[in-house]
Design a protein around this ligand. Structure first.
Ligand code: AP5
Length: 217
C-alpha cells in the first residue's frame, strides 16, 4: 500500500509515518529527513539547502522532484509513506507522472488537521532520536524509558535548527500558500481522507489504521 501524509509543520506526519513503517513494513519517504541527511553529510546539496530550510522556506521543486524520483522506482513492491512531499502543485503533478511511469498507485492521501495554536507548542518541544529519527516531545511524548529511544535503543537526541517560533511562522505561511492548494486535487481523485490530528498520538494512529483497513476489507 502507498500512502501520502499531508498536514502543516508539527501536525504529526513524521510521528505517524514512523509508526506505520514499523507496523506495516512500508518505507517512510521523508523529504525533510533526506535534506537533513544531506546537510549532516556536508554534501553540495546539503550546503545549497541549508539557508532555505533554516529560514522556513521551501527548497526548489527541481531539487525535491529529483530527490523523490531517485527513490520511488525501487519501492514498487514494498509500499511507501510519503511525508513532506509533494508540497507544491508542480511537485504533485510531477509525482503523478512518476507514479504512472512506474505503474504505482497512491492508495490514500491522509490529511492531519491540527489547530494552528498548538503547532508552535508541539514544534518547540520536539526532539528526535539522532540515529533513527523517531520524534518525541518534552511533554506529550517522552520515551518510555527516559533517555532511551523506544524504536532503536539509541541514547542520543537532537533538536532541529528550524524548530523555533519565528521560523515556524514562515513554515506555516509556506504551508498555507504553497501546500494547501494541492488538497482540492486529491479531493477530486477520491483518495483524500482527513484525520483529527488534535487527538492523542495513539488515537491518531487508530484513525489512520481504520482508513487503511477499510480499503483492505
Ligand atoms: P519537514 O521535515 O518535512 O518539516 P515539516 O513539514 O515542517 O514537518 P515537521 O517535521 O515539522 O512536522 P511533523 O508533521 O512531521 O510533526 P512530528 O510528527 O515531528 O521539512 C523541513 C524543511 O525541509 C521545510 O521547511 C523545507 O525547507 C524543506 N522541505 C522538505 N520537504 C520539502 C518539499 N517537498 N519541498 C520543498 N521543501 C521541502 O510532530 C511534531 C511534535 O509534536 C513532536 O514532538 C511529536 O512528538 C508531537 N506530536 C505529534 N503528534 C502529536 C499529537 N497527536 N499530540 C501531541 N503531540 C504530538
Amino acid at each position: 500500500m502507498n500512502i501520502l501524509l499531508l498536514g502543516p509543520p508539527g501536525a504529526g506526519k513524521g510521528t505517524q509515518a514512523k509508526r506505520l513503517e514499523e507496523r506495516y513494513g512500508m518505507v517512510q519517504l521523508s523529504t525533510g529527513d533526506m535534506l537533513r541527511a544531506e546537510r549532516a553529510s556536508g554534501s553540495a546539496l546539503g550546503k545549497q539547502v541549508q539557508a532555505i530550510m533554516d529560514a522556513g522556506k521551501l527548497v526548489s521543486d527541481d531539487i525535491m522532484i529529483a530527490l523523490i524520483a531517485s527513490q520511488i522506482a525501487g519501492l514498487k513492491d514494498k509500499g511507501f509513506i510519503l511525508d513532506g512531499f509533494p508540497r507544491t502543485v508542480p511537485q504533485a503533478e510531477a509525482l503523478d507522472v512518476m507514479l504512472k511511469k512506474n505503474g504505482i498507485t497512491l492508495d490514500h492521501v491522509i490529511e492531519l488537521t491540527v489547530d494552528e495554536e498548538v503547532l508552535v507548542d508541539r514544534i518547540s518541544g520536539r526532539f528526535s532520536c539522532k540515529k533513527c529519527g523517531a520524534s518525541y516531545h518534552d511533554r506529550y511524548h517522552q520515551p518510555k524509558q527516559a533517555g532511551i529511544c523506544e524504536v532503536c535503543g539509541n541514547t542520543e537526541f537532537i533538536r532541529r535548527p528550524d524548530d523555533n517560533a519565528e521560523t515556524v511562522k514562515a513554515r506555516l505561511a509556506a504551508y498555507h500558500q504553497q501546500t494547501q492548494p494541492i488538497l482540492p486535487y486529491y479531493r477530486t481523485t477520491g483518495v483524500l481522507s482527513s484525520v483529527d490530528g488534535m487527538a492523542e498520538i495513539d488515537e491518531v494512529t487508530r484513525q489512520i489504521e481504520a482508513i487503511l483497513n477499510k480499503s483492505k476489507g
